[in-house]
Design a protein around this ligand. Structure first.
Ligand code: 5AD
Ligand code: SF4
Length: 433
């Protein structure tokens, strides 16, 4: 009889893909099937994120409750970025944890579950060519990793310490995976990497040096691939060649994530982001000129050490000028192992909270204006998932989330949809063709 595994996934899309990889391996080698009930599971895994402090605190309270209510004899494992970061300390703090597996070691999942109290967190371990077994949480959309690790040294970010140096996955392996996934029914390929447009800088072994723009070209030539998305690109690597391919290639969805982090060149320098306010504005302007219907999303950190009111206002300036479609904003959270954690010119917590609230209020009014503008317009929507109340939901090419009251049989297909009601989180539409 099959055993069951419950996995809770925190953090980013890379973690979601790691979860799929672990399920695939556990299923192929151990006959595990996924369950959404932790109390009856034979194996409980928390696939963690360490990018900010709060999820790390949450981990230990969650572990306690999983342990309290788990089935007799069930194992508990911690995987992902906090596993890489805290390693054996996790078992010291929560002695009932059976194993700890780092974000760059997920291919070892079926071995580690049999090694009591094992900790595998080597960030030099090379999984860039590991032939993971197939499992996908969605039949319509396929995540495909194009690189592992991150070569940047942003001073606020713990990720290079949890996922190690960047290694690109060989192009032929990526193309094969895109073919396999789309032949099995996926229409959309979602390329993943910490820094996708730095693709091709370093491979493990001897491989053809293909850059990200060329990779996009090659993937788009696969007939069964209908749509391509990717995350996250870095503003520093947004050269003209890349923007031109983005603009003219019909299979590339017209939504771009451009993580700004700060609008102040002085703060960007302290963050070691490698670009200035002017460079960012130039890239965003060029992008909007080339692709008028593009949606641009961003990540912003407020209250980085040393951020003055003027620096903060420069961030708002950039937001005013670019009019982002979506902003993910965070208050700076000092992370161990990072350069910024050593900085002593912290911004007062209360000031940080005020700045965050102001920024979010500002963006809400921009978002409302943008979404109100969708009313009555028609978009081509790819239906991905079922929603409550008889709705199915999908995204337009430029990433507008639209719900439609329609039959589930339309999942996995495209339709022209007219927006009849707008909202901050999603729009309601009706199918017109
Ligand atoms: N504090 C707050 N936000 C952070 N991010 C990364 N590190 C930190 C930190 N130390 C944010 C960045 C990044 C997103 C994934 O998380 O904006 O783009
Ligand atoms: Fe993803 Fe970064 Fe969180 Fe790791 S720390 S799970 S790479 S967001």
């Amino acid at each position: 009889m099959s055993k069951t595994v419950f996995i809770e996934t925190l953090g980013c899309a890379m973690n979601e893909r790691d979860t799929e990889h672990m399920i695939a391996e556990l299923n192929a080698k151990e006959d595990y099937v996924q369950t959404d009930d932790s109390r009856t599971a034979d194996l409980i895994i928390i696939n963690t994120c360490s990018v900010r402090e709060r999820p790390v605190h949450k981990l230990f309270s969650e572990l306690g409750s999983f342990n309290k209510y788990k089935k007799l004899g069930a194992k508990i494992g911690v995987t992902g970025c906090t596993a890489s970061h805290l390693g054996r300390d996790i078992i010291k703090r929560a002695p009932y944890v059976d194993f700890v597996l780092g974000a760059r070691n997920v291919s070892k999942i079926s071995e580690i579950i049999h090694k009591p109290k094992a900790v595998e967190i080597d960030i030099d371990y090379d999984e860039s060519q590991f032939a993971f077994k197939e499992f996908r949480g969605s039949v319509n959309k396929a995540f495909v990793n194009i690189s592992i690790g991150c070569d940047k040294a942003c001073t606020f970010c713990i990720v290079p310490k949890t996922r190690g140096d960047e290694i690109s996955i060989p192009t032929d392996l990526i193309l094969q995976e895109c073919e396999r996934a789309t032949e099995a029914g996926a229409k959309e390929i979602f390329l993943l990497g910490q820094n996708v447009n730095n693709y091709g800088r370093r491979f493990s072994g001897d491989h053809e040096k293909v850059n990200f723009t060329e990779l996009l070209r090659r993937i788009s030539k696969i007939d069964t691939v209908k749509r391509i998305r990717f995350t996250s690109p870095h503003p520093f690597h947004m050269d003209d060649e890349f923007l031109e391919e983005f603009a003219k290639n019909d299979k590339i969805c017209k939504s771009m994530h451009m993580p700004l982090q700060s609008g102040s060149s002085a703060i960007l320098k302290m963050m070691k982001r490698g670009y200035t306010k002017e460079w960012f504005l130039n890239r965003a302007k060029k992008l909007r000129e080339m692709v008028p219907n593009v949606s641009i999303s961003t990540d912003i950190i407020v209250a980085f050490p040393g951020e003055t009111q003027e620096d903060f206002e420069e961030t708002i300036d950039v937001m005013r000028e670019v009019r982002f479609d979506q902003v993910f904003s965070f208050k700076y959270s000092p992370r161990p192992l990072t350069e910024a954690a050593e900085m002593t010119n912290e911004v007062e917590a209360e000031v940080g909270s005020e700045r965050l609230a102001y920024l979010q209020g500002f963006q809400n009014s921009v978002t409302d204006e943008i979404t109100n503008g969708h009313l009555g317009k028609t978009f081509e929507v790819f239906f991905e998932e079922k929603r409550d109340g008889g709705f199915i939901a999908g995204r337009s090419d430029n990433n507008i989330l639209i719900k439609v009251e329609a039959d589930e049989s339309l999942l996995g297909s495209f339709a022209k949809v007219k927006v009849i009601k707008t909202g901050r989180m999603s729009q309601i539409g009706e199918i017109i063709a």
